[in-house]
Design a protein around this ligand. Structure first.
Ligand code: HEM
Length: 508
């Protein structure tokens, strides 16, 4: 029999053997071993996870897309993950009904109960999306049912900015994120939580969400971390938010639970306010699966929580980033102001400006918004999909074997010189206005900011409506002096603006 000292000697040898075997397998015997990619990324999923936590993912992926020649259509950025940096890969990945199975990124549980977003299987997603994705997400619904309520929030924001001392330095990124959070609580629960009215981050919803992102980003990318630490329910309960939390996602989860219970009671006892405009909580309760059954309790909670997590900080980031680009490009800002003045002289703009008015009468402003979204996408995550077909799949001219995960990323594809040309990285609203209809249609079709295909963002129209209303309205009413441009920060695949400060003066 082996003695303890022999065992202790054998242990490091065994560990070394396992490590060497893992390295050799990953590099030479893995189905993706023939793909190019930096050695440090091909070996384990840890470096990619660290890059995400260090807020360097967009820059690293963009630099990889430039480092490899255009003939390299897929780059191996983790042992089992291929990154496609060109827009030509988007349709084959995200529109294919067969690749609609989500990758391991989604299984962290860090954002609360399983929702439409975190449903992994394509079939389960299809059924859930069918029951939840009704006409309440369309522009016409929003225009008819919700726009006037959003107008009240726009007016409140304008009043608050008007009351500021012109010498006062405002963190405009926070203000705009708070506006978006109020819109989401309004649409979800029927009443805004008061982010703008109280001029604060209610229940630290935005701050706590951002604080959760390093963990979410790391766990989503690091396979071994998930296997070691998130597999047991004990560890999950220690590491993930709980309903007892007084702030953040845990608090939001508890509020979702309470709101669902209360609305269900009101519905049963028919105590509902007369003529109440339906909110997304109602639509969640109304949703039925293919057999006519309501959603499960967990699905209802997951959906209600998701709407706020998916729609608040993302839209706030888009608002802030676009305004920053405009202030950093005074020539563009002047053109946008001139366009507004011309439309105003012709009596084409309401107060606050309506979504449809911006769309029809402010095409240059719309170009600014499209550029803001393209260059600073609010959700530049690695939205991975799994290749399930036995024979693998062809993506952008590359054969990908079964079992591999494939992804693209909006920050890099939004700068693809193959589509946007040599000035792809420049803020240039004019690119959306030229006469080349075919090219404009190609750019529209290749926009990956809200994803595409069967899992495209359900709240895209809400976000666009907010952008088309708030930004023209504040540019119309105020002069902004840029004090600090701050930064667009990407953490865990989700972006926010940091340190964007201005002085605001109401225009007479
Ligand atoms: C500028 C703002 C926004 C951006 C950039 C954005 C981006 C995205 C992206 C990229 C996805 C797809 C993720 C994936 O493939 O896994 C997504 C999904 C989703 N988004 Fe958004 N989003 C925004 C605003 C909103 C808003 C305002 C809401 C809602 C109220 C919302 C609700 C959702 C939902 C429910 C999903 C899941 C859809 C599904 O899986 O079927 N989003 N969003």
């Amino acid at each position: 029999m082996l003695s303890l000292s022999h065992l202790l000697l054998l242990l490091p040898i065994l560990l070394l053997y396992l490590l060497v075997r893992r390295i050799l397998t990953t590099l030479f015997f893995h189905p993706l071993s023939s793909f190019s990619g930096p050695l440090y990324l091909r070996l384990t999923s840890v470096p990619l996870s660290i890059i995400s936590v260090l807020r360097r993912e967009p820059e690293v992926l963009l630099s990889l897309s430039k480092k490899y020649p255009p003939s390299t259509r897929a780059i191996r950025i983790s042992p089992n993950l291929l990154f496609f940096p060109h827009t030509s890969a988007l349709k084959p990945i995200y529109w294919s009904p067969t690749h609609n199975h989500k990758g391991s990124l989604y299984g962290t549980g860090a954002l609360g109960p399983t929702s439409l977003f975190s449903t992994i299987s394509a079939d389960d997603h299809k059924a859930l999306r069918k029951s939840l994705g009704g006409s309440q997400w369309s522009f016409s619904y929003l225009k008819n049912e919700q726009e006037s309520r959003i107008d009240n929030l726009v007016t409140l924001l304008v009043t608050q900015l008007s009351n500021l001392n012109p010498q006062h330095v405002v963190k405009i990124d926070d203000k705009l994120a708070q506006f978006a959070a109020d819109v989401m609580t309004l649409l979800t629960f029927g009443k805004p939580w008061g982010f703008i009215a109280h001029d604060r981050d209610e229940k630290r919803l935005l701050a706590a969400f951002r604080e959760s992102l390093p963990f979410f980003g790391f766990a989503a990318r690091c396979t071994s971390f998930r296997e070691l630490f998130l597999a047991s329910s004990l560890m999950r309960s220690l590491l993930l938010p709980t309903l007892d939390d007084k702030t953040g996602s845990g608090y939001l989860g508890a509020q979702a639970k309470l709101a669902i219970a209360q609305r269900e009671r009101e519905r049963e006892s028919q105590l509902e306010e007369e003529n109440r405009v339906k909110d997304y909580l109602d639509y969640t309760l109304d949703a039925r699966d293919s057999k006519g059954n309501p959603l499960t309790q967990a699905e209802k909670e997951g959906q209600v929580t998701l709407l706020i997590q998916a729609g608040a900080d993302t839209t706030g980031t888009a608002l802030g980033a676009t305004l920053r680009f405009m202030l950093q490009h005074p020539d563009c800002l002047d053109k946008a102001k001139q366009e507004i003045a011309t439309a105003e002289e012709k009596g084409l703009l309401s107060t606050p400006v309506l979504y449809e008015e911006t769309k029809q009468h402010l095409p240059y402003f719309v170009g600014c918004i499209k550029e803001g979204l393209r260059l600073n996408p609010p959700a530049p995550n690695l939205f991975g999909r799994v290749i399930l077909e036995k024979e693998g799949a062809m993506i952008d001219g590359v054969h990908v074997p079964q079992g591999a995960e494939v992804c693209s990323q909006s920050y890099t594809v939004g700068r693809d010189p193959e589509l946007y040309g040599p000035d792809a990285e420049a803020f240039k609203p004019e690119r959306w206005l030229g006469d080349d209809e075919k090219h404009k249609a190609e750019m529209e079709a290749a926009s990956f900011v809200f994803s595409m295909g069967p899992r495209i963002c359900l709240g895209k129209e809400i976000a666009i409506m907010e952008l088309y209303k708030v930004l023209p309205e504040i540019v119309r009413r105020f002069d902004f002096e840029l004090v600090e441009a701050g930064k667009y920060v990407v953490l865990g695949g989700v972006a926010h603006n940091r340190g964007f400060k201005v002085r605001v003066r109401r225009r007479t």
